[in-house]
Design a protein around this ligand. Structure first.
Ligand code: SF4
Ligand code: SF4
Length: 246
């Protein structure tokens, strides 16, 4: 988003270009994880310079390292290592398989775009109006959200502190403010915009889902809103309408 779109962010683009990306393949999933449903994990398939899989086997503790680029290869060459054997490779595969089995949630993404586009008026959004605090935690925790909001600026007596990155979270009234008022005045409409953007309009915009199944928005939601549950209830409401009132 900050590199290829109409308004690239030169600071971000510079940092990305200079970054060395070292990933650690997941060997321990949480109850909130569902990256197997979104096809984004638990193992990194691309985009890294060096991928590590941590193996703890009794007293044996080591990493299986796989370079993905020339930079990763040259870094690895500088680190004392031995060539991985078949048993090490198997241990790394087993680690990924364990994480897959530990996924605490799943989401059915079949026809998700059409499902959500058909359900702009689903009663589930009304239930979310009552539950969602519009705190924006989910947008802060989500690795793919980019409209931003963070602001800690201080210094009256302290030494100094700063951390800006503003624009706004789509959960605020100001986000959609135009002359005359906010387009999305209700929490219902703001949650709906967020979820529909993640799972549906993102596909139109970027050709991929805006959700990587990390479950961070579930973990950090103060009232326990779970997008996998919302999608399940919306889907279920098309066949059993009573589940939509939740
Ligand atoms: S589960 Fe999806 S929507 Fe939630 S924080 Fe992760 S990527 Fe974002
Ligand atoms: S974290 Fe939960 S309560 Fe806060 S805006 Fe997101 S869904 Fe609503």
């Amino acid at each position: 988003m900050f590199i290829n779109e109409q308004h690239p962010d030169p600071v971000y683009a510079g940092r990305r270009k200079a970054a060395l990306v070292i990933v650690v393949n997941c060997g321990q999933a949480a109850k909130t994880c569902f990256c197997t449903s979104t096809n984004t994990g638990p193992r990194a398939e691309s985009g890294y310079d060096l991928a590590l899989t941590e193996i703890v086997d009794g007293d044996d503790h080591y990493f299986v390292a796989e370079p993905g680029t020339a930079e990763g290869r040259s870094l690895l060459a500088e680190i004392p290592h031995t060539q991985a054997g078949a048993d090490n490779v198997t241990a790394a595969k087993d680690s990924t398989r364990r994480a897959e089995d530990q996924m605490g949630r799943k989401i059915d993404l079949a026809d998700i775009k059409e499902l959500l586009y058909r359900n702009y008026d689903n009663a589930r959004w009304d239930a979310l109006e009552k539950r969602c605090l519009a705190c924006g935690n989910c947008t802060m925790a989500c690795p793919t959200c980019f409209c931003s909001k963070v602001e800690d600026v201080t210094d009256l007596t302290g030494d100094h502190a700063e951390r800006w990155r503003e624009w706004d979270s789509c959960f605020t009234m100001d986000f959609s403010y135009i002359h005359g008022g906010s387009v999305r005045a209700t929490t219902r409409s703001r949650y709906r915009q967020w979820l529909v953007h993640k799972l549906a309009t993102w596909l139109d915009q970027f050709g991929s889902s805006g959700c990587v199944g990390c479950g961070r928005c579930i973990t950090w939601c103060p009232v326990g809103i779970d997008l996998t549950e919302e999608v399940r209830l919306i889907r279920g409401s098309e066949t059993s309408p009573e589940t939509a009132d939740g």
